[in-house]
Design a protein around this ligand. Structure first.
Ligand code: SF4
Length: 353
């Protein structure tokens, strides 16, 4: 497997806050560009540069709102500090109402080779329910523009909305597949604490409906040549997101920006979910035990179809999970079945009690 080392850059602002979102994102407000840039650059300079960088990911928030010269300065600082792989994947997240074709072209010219669009739905009513600012027309327009500009385009969609049936979701999925994108991130709606959806007591489909939606989605995506490779991610072969694979394979990564996390060997770093504290350079550093590191490897690795090595997992737990149909074993690796992905939390408990 490739040697992976990833850099994540978190941008904390969005045009407005979506009612389901619990990421560290705030409605945009005036900010001091000089102070921000200075902090990002200082953070870059602090990261050990002994490993070759295989991916750079601008996420958020809505990083497509960042001014181009600002992004350029951060990228320059990254290239100055790190040895960057010649096949580096450079991704940016964008929202349909926070980007246009000109900005996409500028990003491409800066070296971005992957764009992930926060489409979230291809149904006008669902877009309004999700509190998205863009219309279905804008969503479709942005996907077409992204295709005209980038080889590697991904869209995010959310399903398992209240009262959503398979037929309703399938219609959206068919519309999404008509774009023949190389990558799709398909998330089931979850209700996170302290979000407006939580306070409004929004009811998501029951476990049986959610299971059907998930398994039917896997089947449909598979038939379309974009199979599942991680519990929420589907791609044509060769278009798996290298950046996220770094997390799922338990490799090292560094994060800059408020709320960003890093894992460098056993060192875990956490930036504050607060812009002022981040600008002051505050961070929490802890050292993971080998047991905690192993737990992370299992927790993250089992999300992927490529599975994990069986080291440190008890044979009794493995055979019990095999009997339940949640995993299968081949050589020294175990692989989750689709049923195992449905039961992911129980599967992890079974293997790492
Ligand atoms: S645009 Fe994305 S990051 Fe921003 S509030 Fe909405 S879901 Fe959260």
């Amino acid at each position: 497997m490739k040697n992976l080392f990833a850099l994540y850059c978190h941008w904390p602002y969005c045009l407005s806050k979506c009612p389901y979102c619990d990421f560290y994102s705030l409605p945009i407000r005036p900010y001091n560009e000089t102070l921000f840039l200075d902090r990002y650059k200082k953070e870059i300079a602090l990261i050990p540069n002994t490993q070759k960088l295989s991916s750079i990911f601008f996420g958020g928030g809505t990083p497509s709102l960042m001014p181009i010269p600002f992004i350029e300065e951060i990228l320059n600082a990254i290239y100055k500090h790190f040895h960057v792989s010649k096949n580096v994947e450079i991704s940016i997240e964008a929202n349909p109402d926070a980007i246009d074709l000109n900005k996409m072209i500028s990003l491409k010219n800066l070296g971005f080779n992957r764009i992930s669009l926060g489409i979230q739905s291809l149904n006008e009513t669902a877009l309004r329910f999700l509190g998205r600012r863009h219309s279905l027309k804008t969503a479709r327009q942005r996907i077409k523009e992204a295709i005209s500009c980038f080889h590697n385009v991904s869209i995010d969609l959310i399903y398992a909305l209240p009262q959503q049936t398979w037929e309703m979701w399938e219609e959206e999925l068919s519309a999404a597949l008509e774009f023949h994108l190389p990558h799709y991130s398909l998330y089931q709606l979850t209700i996170e604490e302290n979000t407006p959806f939580f306070n409004k007591k929004i009811l998501i489909p029951d476990d049986i409906t959610a299971r059907t939606l998930f398994l039917n989605t896997i089947q449909k995506m598979d038939a379309a040549g974009v199979p599942l490779y991680e519990v929420s991610n589907f791609s044509k072969p060769g278009f798996e997101c290298l950046h996220n694979q770094t997390y799922w394979r338990g490799k090292d990564y560094a994060g800059i920006g408020p709320a960003a996390h890093s894992r460098l060997g056993l060192v875990a770093l956490e930036n504050p979910r607060n812009i002022d504290a981040w600008l002051k350079g505050n961070k929490i550093q802890t050292t993971l035990s080998k047991k905690q590191k192993e737990e992370e490897r299992i927790l993250m690795g089992l999300r992927q179809k490529e599975g994990i090595e069986i080291k440190h997992i008890s044979p009794t737990s493995i055979s019990s999970a095999v009997q339940k149909g949640w995993i299968f074993q081949k050589g020294n690796r175990i692989y989750p079945t689709n049923e195992g992905l449905v039961m992911l939390n129980s599967l992890i408990l079974e293997l790492w009690p």
